[in-house]
Design a protein around this ligand. Structure first.
Ligand code: 3PG
Length: 396
């Protein structure tokens, strides 16, 4: 599989002396007091920004932030622009409130060599998610070339992802190249056993991904509320725990698919949770009626980490417990430490909740690839490509 076939990549062919629209994914989490929780997505885009600057391009950045319904001051990119200014101090970062206004047009026209322009949250315009071609055309007219470095949003068929490349020469940025190269290792040159650890709350958003995983992985370890639905589907009552009633049949289908494909599904054998206001652990076969599962239990930690230590390829998405509560973060931390301590594996970790769970942990360098994508990572594994990648491929 040639994931980057027929795609111009800035690492080998960069635009030079051009006006470049650079689509990035600066969709960072903003805390209630308006602070950026993690600036990783900004940091990861900097190599492409620097490369384009080195080649004397003028950069116009496009990003979304959150899921606004029209203009929303809380989702302005002003914080992001300020943070970017800290990293790129030699250039002046200018946020343009509305690129279609007279003032916006003027600022764009007068962009100086030492200025980087960032357009205000592109999702403030409804045309973005409607994939409006006229809107994409308007954006394309701002520049001579387009660079996609927004892996995290490449699974969306939004105007700034799939339609700008219809109008101007388009390129793959360094981060997008790095993500594609690393994640595609899960498809080629992969070393068995391949173990996936999938957590989080919902099966419904991961059905197709889990089905595809049964054709890739030797073992799929399930945790989080998602595992509760599987346990119930196998006939183990899970008390008062979060489950997805409507996904029990899907869980059964995934288990039978796994059996057909010779993939072992590993479920928790015990759980930690709350029983009558007390933190307790129970084996899966004896969960009381009022007990709510909130983390994997100590025996499951051993089972999961033992399997992780034997894996040669690892994919991890989703915490295995309610890890924002320190009483229920042990399972997720154990998974992370087991992956970091496995010195012989190739590991890919992704997903917003997963990254939030490990953001303050050490040993990030021991993970082969920490993806900036959540939904994009799952969709790429599921389909071996993404709309945003195909869009810059077709453009050749
Ligand atoms: C993400 O955070 O996964 C990407 O930025 C995409 O955001 P979205 O799910 O709101 O499209």
């Amino acid at each position: 599989m040639e994931f980057l076939k027929n795609i111009r990549i800035v690492s080998s062919t960069s635009p030079s002396n051009k006006r470049v629209l650079l689509r990035v994914d600066f969709n960072v989490t903003i805390s209630p007091n308006m602070k950026i929780v993690s600036d990783q997505r900004i940091i990861q885009a900097i190599p492409t920004i620097k490369l384009l600057l080195k080649n004397r391009n003028k950069i116009i950045l496009i990003s979304h932030l959150g899921r606004p319904n029209g203009r929303d001051a809380k989702l302005s990119l002003s914080n992001v622009a300020e943070r970017l200014q800290v990293f790129i101090s030699d250039y002046k970062i200018i946020l343009i409130d509305d690129f279609q206004s007279q003032l916006g047009e003027q600022k764009l026209k007068l962009q100086k060599d030492n200025e980087i322009i960032i357009l205000e949250n592109i999702r403030f315009y409804k045309e973005e998610q409607e994939n409006n071609k006229i809107f994409a055309k308007k954006l394309s007219l701002l520049a001579d070339a387009y660079v996609n470095d927004a892996f995290g949003v490449c699974h969306r068929s939004d105007a700034s992802i799939v339609s700008i490349p219809l109008f101007i020469p388009s390129f793959c940025g360094l981060l997008l190249e790095k993500e594609i190269t690393a994640i595609s290792m899960l498809f080629k040159n992969r070393s068995h056993p391949i173990t996936a650890i999938i957590g989080g709350a919902k099966i419904s958003t991961k059905i197709k991904f889990l089905s595809k995983l049964t054709t890739i992985a030797d073992k799929i370890i399930l945790g989080g509320a998602l595992a509760n639905t599987f346990l119930l589907a196998k006939g183990f009552p899970v008390g008062n725990s979060l489950i997805e009633e409507g996904s029990i049949e899907d869980a059964k289908k995934i288990m039978s698919l796994a059996e057909k494909n010779n993939t072992k599904i590993i479920l928790p054998i015990d759980a930690l949770g709350i029983d009558n206001n007390e933190v307790k652990s129970f084996t899966i076969t004896s969960i009381p009626i009022n007990f709510a599962v909130l983390d994997i239990g100590p025996q499951s930690r051993l089972l999961f980490t033992d399997n992780i230590s034997k894996a040669n390829t690892i994919i991890w998405n989703g915490p295995v417990g309610k890890c924002e509560d320190s009483s229920f973060s042990q399972g997720t931390i154990a998974i992370y430490n087991a992956i970091a301590n496995n010195n012989h594996c190739f590991s890919v970790i992704g997903g917003g909740d997963t990254l939030a769970a490990i953001s303050d942990k050490k040993y990030h360098e021991k993970i082969s690839h920490i993806s900036t994508g959540g939904g994009a990572l799952l969709a790429f594994i599921e389909n071996s490509t993404l709309p945003g990648i195909d869009a810059i491929r077709q453009n050749l």
